[in-house]
Design a protein around this ligand. Structure first.
Ligand code: M6R
Length: 611
């Protein structure tokens, strides 16, 4: 949540900062602000999108070779001009941008208020810059030391950038629990919440570690840890293409990302499956083969869409590897004293690799001695760095707040893990594995075919666009797909939607069904097909409107449903990968028809780095 960007070098800072904020806007978009250093500090901030800030400053002189900017997702204090970042010290000589939460801000604020500090916002962040100012003036420490001492006093999570009018040739950046990347150029440095604002200027980056502070001058990067020990920054090369950050002719990032899925699944599979040999290769976890052979329980922790992927993983791993799996919301798991031992394997799934609850769940499981694997999309994010091993999804940057290609890539990785463990434990026959891998190799093409349902889905969207509620029903691994379809619809179109196992409908939700209630079934020709047909009949008997996702050529469901969407025939193991596609398209079209902001739905942010 919140995006931060900073620059020091020889170029004009404003265009770099504002472009960076646009790239980071997916992280939060309720207000934005910038600071530039031109003799003295100039701070401009505005409630609303980054474009509102741009309009606000468009006629102002904005020359500076040092600058920083922030796009906010409010935690402390409502979205408003005055709560927007940057926040400045009382003497206006220091200014800060911050992503995270200072948990003990109230106590610090009380002490500072007693000393006469005056606050202009309701934020925790303003307290931190006043604390730094206070330490500096009370102790005579220089800015570097004052920042370090202040950070030792705060509890919580932060990624910060600080500028000072008295030190125009330096910016200070620090992180604990919130991501921060430093771009290393020639005579210039960039700082940002992720690499997207940096990639067009340099491919060389340093991912700051927790408890590190970077003192950045135009020609020097000094990194120390919070105890003042000098660290050697590890410079790595970014594997990120600029085109991946553009809409590429699509109206929205979400639509682009839906259409990218044949490619993203292919990238996820590349070099990992060898169908003819019946071999799955997962370099990231290969050191753990013995563990996987003997593991008696797998616990999957995740949030949101990643949790839905985890539920699909439960079906796959139990079916093909025959290991019991529990799937937990990371936010619940971390607070309920779960029983975990060193025998357990915990798999944490996260697109961003920064989700606070998932990270806390990992730390808890680690303390209890479990082995932790990560399934993550963003390379170099925090989760891959705190897990023992893992598998990247390689879906490429996902900018739309509603997760689409990350979900199918997560399910693809879980499928690979299920087969990998199954093979190592002898739970799956080699001939069966060859058969499965051969079809898995074809999935990108089948997803391409499923995307051809777009026009049909759009017609159905037209019928359902004014509904207030919607039910999504499926059985087996189509149940998590139903949950995912409902989440997609509610988060971008604001229609209330619920996903249920189809058989559960009669235990309550059936009471909701009337002629205004669209019910979307995943009714492909697999193990529960006949049962799902009975559930469709139950809805029809009560006047509900049924749209069903069916296997190509199905005539039985066609005769009873109001609308059908055909998807190519696919082995049951891979249904979630294909049946999800029309549900993503349905949510997308309904949201567009309702005039919603598809890529940046209200109240949401892409990376949820607060609890
Ligand atoms: O980055 P993560 O996968 O850890 O994020 C988890 C959820 O916040 C995320 O999936 C969220 O539910 C999306 N908005 C769903 O589209």
């Amino acid at each position: 949540m919140c995006g931060i960007v900073g620059y020091i070098g020889y170029r004009d800072a404003y265009p770099i900062v504002i472009k960076g904020l646009h790239r980071l806007e997916y992280r939060g978009y309720d207000s934005a602000g910038i600071a530039l250093l031109d003799k003295d500090l100039k701070v401009y901030k505005k409630a609303g999108k980054v474009s509102a800030l741009e309009d606000f400053v468009k006629d102002l002189p904005l020359t500076s070779t040092v600058g920083m900017g922030h796009t906010r997702w409010a935690t402390h204090g409502a979205p408003s001009d005055r709560n927007s970042h940057p926040h400045s010290s009382g003497d206006r000589k220091l200014t800060i941008i911050h992503n995270g939460i200072i948990e003990n801000y109230a106590n610090i604020k009380e002490t500072l208020l007693a000393k006469g500090h005056v606050f202009k916002s309701d934020t925790d962040t303003e307290v931190l810059i006043h604390l730094i100012e206070d330490i500096k003036t009370q102790t005579g420490l220089d800015l570097q030391e004052a920042v370090r001492v202040a950070l030792n006093k705060v509890v919580g999570a932060y990624a910060i950038v600080i500028m000072s009018a008295d030190e125009p040739d330096m910016i200070i950046a620090a992180r604990k629990g919130s991501p921060l990347v430093i771009g290393v150029g020639e005579g210039e440095y960039f700082v940002a919440s992720d690499a997207t604002p940096i990639v067009e200027y340099t491919k060389n980056v340093v991912y700051l570690n927790d408890n590190e502070i970077a003192y950045i001058h135009r020609n020097e990067l000094l990194v120390k840890n919070i105890d003042n020990t000098v660290q050697t920054p590890y410079i790595q090369e970014l594997d990120l293409k600029l085109e991946a950050l553009e809409k590429g002719g699509y109206d929205h990032f979400m639509l682009k990302e839906i259409y990218e899925q044949p490619r993203s699944i292919r990238d996820c599979l590349r070099g990992r499956i060898y169908p003819q040999q019946g071999k799955v290769q997962l370099g990231g976890i290969k050191e753990y083969v013995e563990k996987l052979k003997n593991v008696d329980r797998i616990i999957i922790v995740a949030c949101g869409t990643s949790w839905h992927a985890g539920l699909v993983g439960e079906y796959l791993i139990e079916e093909y590897a025959r290991v019991p799996v529990e799937v937990e919301y990371a936010s619940e798991f971390r607070y309920r004293n779960p029983i975990i031992t060193e025998k357990d394997l915990v798999i944490a799934i996260s697109q961003s690799g920064e989700t606070a609850d998932t990270m806390a769940a990992i730390e808890l499981a680690k303390e209890k001695g479990a082995t932790i694997f990560g399934i993550c999309n963003v390379v170099g994010a925090s989760i891959p760095r705190i897990t023992h091993a893992g598998v990247y999804t390689h879906a490429g940057p996902e900018i739309g707040v509603a997760s689409t290609k990350a979900f199918t890539a997560q399910v693809t990785v879980l499928t690979l893990i299920a087969f990998y463990i199954g093979q190592k434990r002898g739970a799956i026959k080699q001939s069966t594995l060859i058969e499965y891998l051969t079809q898995l190799d074809e999935i990108p093409t089948l997803v391409e075919q499923a995307l051809k349902s777009n026009d049909r889905v759009k017609e159905i969207a037209e019928k359902f666009k004014n509904s207030n509620n919607c039910l999504f029903l499926g059985r087996g691994s189509s149940f998590p797909v139903a949950l995912e379809g409902a989440l997609k619809l509610k988060e971008i179109s604001y229609i209330h939607a619920e996903g249920y196992p189809a058989a559960e409908m009669k235990h309550g939700p059936i009471a909701l069904i009337d002629e205004d209630m669209p019910v979307i079934f995943i009714a492909t020709k697999h193990s529960s097909y006949e049962k799902v047909i009975s559930n469709i009949q139950e809805v029809k008997a009560r006047g509900g409107q049924v749209a069903a996702i069916v296997t190509q050529g199905d005539t039985t469901v066609k005769d009873m449903a109001d609308y059908i969407i055909e998807i190519p025939e696919v082995n049951e193991a891979f249904v979630p990968l294909v049946s999800t596609i029309p549900l993503q398209l349905l949510a997308y079209h309904i949201a567009v028809m309702r005039g919603c902001n598809v890529d940046q739905p209200r109240n949401l942010a892409k990376s949820v780095t607060v609890e």
